[in-house]
Every structure is written in C-alpha cells, then in structure tokens.
Design a protein around this ligand. Structure first.
Ligand SMILES: NC(=O)c1ccc[n+]([C@@H]2O[C@H](COP(=O)([O-])OP(=O)(O)OC[C@H]3O[C@@H](n4cnc5c(N)ncnc54)[C@H](OP(=O)(O)O)[C@@H]3O)[C@@H](O)[C@H]2O)c1
Length: 226
C-alpha cells in the first residue's frame, strides 16, 4: 500500500515560559500557567481556534488538564476536537467527550472494545488509525479524507509535539512567551521524545514574525524540513 500523503496544514501553538517549559512541574496542568497569559493573548488563542477546522492535543493533556478545546472568548465555531489515544484511555467524564463541539477519538486496533463502546456511547466519533499505536500520518489522511479537515492546530503536549515533528507533519509554530522561569529538569518542555544524535537531525525553523500581544511576546516560525 502506498504511504499516506494527504494531510491538513498543521500549526503547532503553545504557551511557553522563558526557559521553554509548558507547565509548572511534571504532572501539573498547563491551566495554572495559562492564568498568567495576557487577555489579548487569550483572545489570539481563541481566534486561532475559530480559524481552524480541527484542534488536536495528546491524551495525556486530556487526562491532566481535562481541556474543553472550544472557542469561548470570541464569536466563531469551535473546531473538531481530535485526541489520539492508542488504547482508548480517556476518562468517561472528560470535558472533550461533552456536547460543546464534535470530537474524534483516534485509537489503535489494540484498544479494548469496552472502552471504545463507552466513548461511542457519548456520541463521539472513533476512528481506528494504526495497529498498536496511533499512526499520525494515517490519522492526518483520515482527517483530510473523512472529516474534510484542511487546517489543523495542535496544542501539545510535548509527546504529541515530538511525534508530529518527527513525522514531518508540522508546517508552522506559534509560541506565546510567558515571562517566567520555572526550572526543573523533568518539567515538560515544548518538545519531548527522544534526543537527536547529531546536528544533521536538528529541525530547522525560519522566524517569520514576532510581535507583542498585550504583555506577551508572540513568535511565529515556518518549519523547514530537509
Ligand atoms: N503550555 C502548553 O501550551 C501546553 C499545552 C498542552 C499540554 N501541556 C502540558 O503537557 C503535559 C502533557 O504532555 P505529555 O507529553 O505528557 O502528553 P501529551 O503529548 O499531551 O499526550 C501524549 C499521549 O498521547 C497519546 N498518543 C497516542 N498516539 C500518539 C502518537 N502517535 N504520538 C503521540 N502521542 C500519542 C498517548 O497516550 P495513550 O497512552 O493514551 O495512547 C501519549 O501518551 C501536561 O502537563 C499539560 O498540562 C501544556
């Protein structure tokens, strides 16, 4: 079978401290840091969500943050919410399974049937994308072909960010810089996953824009894969 090629345009957007961290400490919700975003930047985040067809976060972000991933601060439609979780491991009372916006849970063939049934019982779409783990290139193809997603934003966390970058699926990055340092060698940073072995593997970016949004610096990059 030919490798999947169809995929949406993908923006990675994140709030990040001056030392590159996404939360206060390992296991903490990013909502604590998000309280310190300028109101203008919260508006920018919600405007961006409203401009995208779909929004994806990793399942661990759902388990820790219990995010809604909806548009609330500006007029506009909430995007399709997409959560990859290989074993369908989403708490049944997760906000993302609620009625506020449509949701797709992407699972692998190994996901237990009872968990899948519980998710489907909430009226949420479930797609199988991969044998043992969610195959992100295949998921991108499914989102394009079955759900008409042309523009997808991803809002973390670091594990999903790394896998998306590693699969060369990210086109743009937009960072909201928070003027804090939190430290911690195991505190989640923008990109997790495995380290690289040589400078040849560095993912190169082109800084295309930077501006103040309220009290927050915002930077925008194109991702340059070789
Ligand atoms: N500051 C910010 O902008 C921001 C944004 C989002 C999150 N965060 C923070 O990030 C932390 C969570 O990050 P995290 O790195 O632990 O988890 P994550 O990236 O949110 O989620 C990773 C999980 O997604 C599931 N997954 C399924 N298929 C995958 C695939 N192909 N590639 C990657 N993931 C896949 C896996 O869970 P299964 O085992 O269920 O398959 C995996 O463990 C939280 O503390 C949260 O607050 C911060």
């Amino acid at each position: 079978m030919a490798a999947p090629t169809a995929r949406p345009h993908v923006l990675m957007m994140s709030e990040i401290t001056a030392d590159g961290k996404l939360t206060l400490k390992n296991g903490a919700s990013s909502k604590i840091l998000m309280k310190y975003m300028a109101h203008e930047t919260e508006i920018l985040l919600h405007e961006t969500r409203a401009a995208y067809d779909a929004i994806m976060v990793g399942a661990n972000t759902i388990r820790i943050d219990n995010s809604f991933l909806t548009v609330r601060l500006v007029p506009g439609k909430s995007p399709l919410r997409v959560i990859p979780t290989s074993m369908a491991d989403i708490p049944p009372d997760a906000n993302v399974l609620g009625p506020d916006a449509p949701t797709v849970i992407a699972i692998s063939e190994k996901a237990p049937a009872d968990r899948v049934a519980a998710i489907r019982a909430k009226g949420v779409s479930v797609v199988v994308a991969g044998k043992e783990h969610v195959d992100l290139p295949l998921l991108m193809q499914i989102l394009t072909e079955q759900f008409g997603v042309k523009k997808l934003m991803i809002e973390g966390g670091p594990t999903l960010n790394w896998h998306m970058l590693h699969n060369k699926l990210v086109d743009e990055i937009r960072l909201i810089h928070l003027p804090f340092i939190v430290g911690g060698s195991d505190t989640p940073s923008l990109v997790g996953g495995m380290h690289i072995n040589s400078e040849d593997e560095m993912i190169r970016l082109n800084l295309k824009k930077y501006y103040m949004c309220g009290t927050n610096l915002v930077s925008e990059f194109d991702v340059l894969y070789t």
